[in-house]
Design a protein around this ligand. Structure first.
Ligand code: PBG
Length: 323
């Protein structure tokens, strides 16, 4: 190419309208899933200290919170429960009148069209804070499956549209699928936290739901951040076991993994509490523009290959899209 005939890329960057016309990635409200925390009690709407802008809601306060989500065109919420008590078996997790079950019933009663997804795990409910059952200081796989199946069933019974196992036990997707099918919940979908890394970025969430493990860590069941190929294997296993939607978690530090895992199946990515909190703090201190940064982060996650994004920014992002 001669020097007087170089390529002018800037022609298509000249105006905001032209940039919009040629933009390759658009985040829409339909891509977003809003995580919400339900707690015991009445009249509670309490901000989570390490997750600015996020709240614990008691069941009676959910209506108002979700009203906003629905009015912004966000199609789904992910429900997390904070139980009053914990025990060895995590028996609050599959209690028909447990906190998630109450929350789901309330949400479905008020907003039958909203897609309600539930996090299926034991760590908020067990005294040791692990995601499976602990025997002799070890998180045991197969006995945990029975508990997880039972938790998923109780969420389906409460009206969940999708269940999302986040425990990382082997075989849980298959077990949950069987349990749901046997109970005639063939239409309840499984969004599997298939590729979930043992990440430091979950810390604010663990503070919010009081689920940090009382001993050890989660490295014997969650994935090693050094691995990329394992993510592909893990996703293939979950699809084979019957997962309908796959998930990569965290998102921003794992964009390469999102790209790697994106195939024919719908893929979600979870922009987790620590990723959210560190950005919020930077924005609060005036280091980064909050709206511009948020849009850039979520667009990057979509560009990497995620079809759906679980994010504490869902409402802020949807508001931004509405303007
Ligand atoms: C439960 C669960 C966790 C998150 C989602 N489900 C915590 C963990 O695995 O320790 C993290 C969500 C976030 O950090 O925003 N197992």
């Amino acid at each position: 190419m001669s020097a007087d005939n170089f390529t002018r890329s800037r022609r298509l960057r000249r105006t905001s309208n032209i940039r919009k016309m040629v933009s390759e990635t658009k985040v829409t409200a339909e891509d977003l899933i809003y995580p919400i925390f339900v707690t015991q009690g009445k009249g509670i709407k309490k901000e989570i200290p390490n997750m600015p802008g996020q709240f614990h809601y008691s069941v009676d306060q959910l209506g108002e919170a979700i009203e906003e989500v629905v009015s912004l065109g966000i199609p789904a919420v992910m429900v997390f429960g904070i139980p009053k008590t914990k025990d060895f078996n995590g028996s609050g997790a599959d209690d028909a009148d447990g906190i998630v079950q109450q929350g789901v019933r309330e949400i479905k009663k008020k907003f039958p069209d909203l897609t309600v997804i539930t996090d299926v795990c034991m760590c908020q409910y067990t005294t040791d804070g692990h995601c499976g059952l602990v025997v002799d200081g070890e998180v045991v796989n197969d006995p945990s499956l029975e508990r997880l199946g039972s938790i998923a069933f109780s969420h389906a019974e409460a009206g969940a549209d999708m269940v999302a196992p986040s425990d990382m036990m082997d075989g849980r997707v298959l077990r949950i699928r069987r349990e749901l099918d046997q109970a005639d919940y063939q239409n309840v979908a499984i969004m599997s936290y298939s590729v979930k890394y043992a990440s430091s970025f979950y810390a604010p969430f663990r503070g919010a739901v009081n689920s940090a493990p009382s001993f050890g860590d989660r490295k014997t069941y969650q994935m090693d951040p050094r691995n990329r190929l394992e993510a592909k294997r893990q996703a293939a296993i979950d699809l084979d076991e019957g997962a309908d939607i796959l998930m990569v978690k965290p998102a921003l530090a794992y964009l390469d993994i999102i790209r790697e895992v994106k195939g024919d199946a719908p893929l979600a990515a979870y922009h987790v509490s620590g990723e959210y909190a560190m950005f919020k703090l930077a924005a609060k201190n005036g280091l980064i523009d909050e709206t511009e940064g948020m849009v850039e982060i979520l667009t990057s996650i979509k560009r990497a290959g995620a079809d759906l994004i679980l994010t504490y920014f869902a409402k802020d992002m949807a508001k931004h899209l509405h303007y």
